[in-house]
Write a protein that binds this ligand. Structure first.
Ligand code: PMV
Length: 368
């Protein structure tokens, strides 16, 4: 598929005069990280993530065909509500998203929209909501597209949803399907693409079935470095080239590990990725330290526990201080005890979220 395959040309707006659609869409956690991009939101390296199950956004898109005939000068018209409150400060991001995707979904200016969103996790938890938020909106738009052009296949629907979500927030393209999603063209991953996420196309070892992710909320504040600023730090970064090469090598390795079930090697790749992401931020200009003292305390506790018990528990990080604690399902009881007894003391107000690998987004309602 190329960009031009995603341009909708044959549609009839009269097929949808007014109605609403609701999608529930998960967040995801990258095992090999995406950090560094080129216009328009194309990744510098391949990334792979677990789709999550509990950390979700639910978005309803209400649409109503505009009454007067529009011309190409007309504007996007939409209102945004988040958790029941009108949110004008969310509008610029969505306006920019609409501008970016308008050539692919040319019906955007034909409708008045109301977008209503809520998260299953606390908004201020420091968990990135852009992945689930943008993928939910992209899916709602695809449901509307399907009404206008009912012939599209499920495969096309998902690929285009991922393609549109990517233009809103890169990692959002990995939040359409489950359970393992690859984004970014890689010579060893069949059908991988820079344009959208694809399901990991090989048989996954049972060790990774229902893998667990407990998110320790070390810092519930707003992100210190937005991902836009973060990605830009990779331009002219002294180690950028090496980093992109390292990530692509990690993809080759993790492709094998996911099939052979080697948890030791899995841990080595996943923890190295988390620390490399943070190392990039510490060595950029300007530089940042996004870990907090408690992030490091948790990491050391995990290493000690692993050493002492032979457990396969490990950690990964996003671009912030919170820690994702990953472990196989059969270690759930042991790991939960350890987390509650030894780790949550390092969380803000002992807050944490238990999650696991999920199957992807699903449509809750669609009516006329
Ligand atoms: O999708 P963005 O632009 O918010 O970037 C997210 C980048 C990381 O979460 C740090 C890593 C990843 O691959 O998800």
């Amino acid at each position: 598929m190329t960009e031009t395959d995603f341009i909708l040309s044959n549609f009839d707006v009269a097929k949808a005069s007014c109605g609403s659609v609701t999608w529930k869409t998960p967040s995801n956690i990258a095992l090999v990280k995406y950090w560094g991009k080129q216009e328009p939101q194309l990744p510098e390296n391949t990334s792979i993530s677990f789709t999550l199950n509990n950390c979700c956004t639910i978005t309803t898109l209400e649409y109503k065909l505009k009454s007067e005939v529009q011309n190409s000068e007309s504007e996007f018209n939409f209102e945004v509500f988040f958790e029941g409150k009108k949110k004008d400060d969310f509008k610029p991001k969505i306006q920019k998203f609409f501008q970016r995707i308008a050539q692919y979904v040319p019906f955007l200016k034909d409708f008045d929209f109301v977008i209503k969103s809520e998260n299953s996790f606390p908004h201020s938890s420091g968990i990135a909501s852009s992945a689930s938020g943008m993928s939910a909106l992209a899916l709602c738009l695809m449901s509307l597209e399907k009404k206008l052009n009912p012939t599209i296949t499920n495969k096309y629907f998902n690929e285009k949803a991922s393609f549109l979500a990517r233009l809103g927030s890169g990692s959002a393209c990995r939040s359409i399907e489950g359970e393992l999603i690859v984004w970014g063209k890689h010579p060893e991953i069949e059908a991988s693409s820079d344009l959208y996420g694809v399901k990991f196309p090989y048989k996954v070892h049972k060790n990774f079935n229902n893998y667990q992710d407990t998110i320790l909320l070390v810092d519930e504040g707003v992100k210190q470095v937005s991902s836009t600023v973060g990605h830009n730090l990779m331009y002219n970064h002294p180690f950028a080239k090496q980093r992109f090469k390292q990530a692509n090598n990690h993809i080759s390795k993790i492709k094998e590990v996911l099939q052979n079930g080697d948890l030791k090697e899995f841990i080595a790749i996943v923890e190295s990725e988390a620390l490399s992401l943070h190392a990039m931020m510490m060595t950029s200009s300007p530089y940042f330290i996004l870990m907090k003292p408690n992030t490091l305390k948790i990491i050391h506790k995990i290493w000690e526990f692993r050493e002492a018990t032979g457990s396969s528990i490990c950690f990964t990080l996003d671009a912030g201080a919170n820690v994702h604690v990953l472990f196989p399902e059969h270690e759930k009881e042991k790991a939960n005890k350890f987390i509650v007894n030894e780790l949550i003391q390092f969380c803000q107000e002992k807050h944490y979220i238990c999650d696991s690998v999920g199957k992807g987004a699903f449509q809750l309602t669609m009516d006329n």
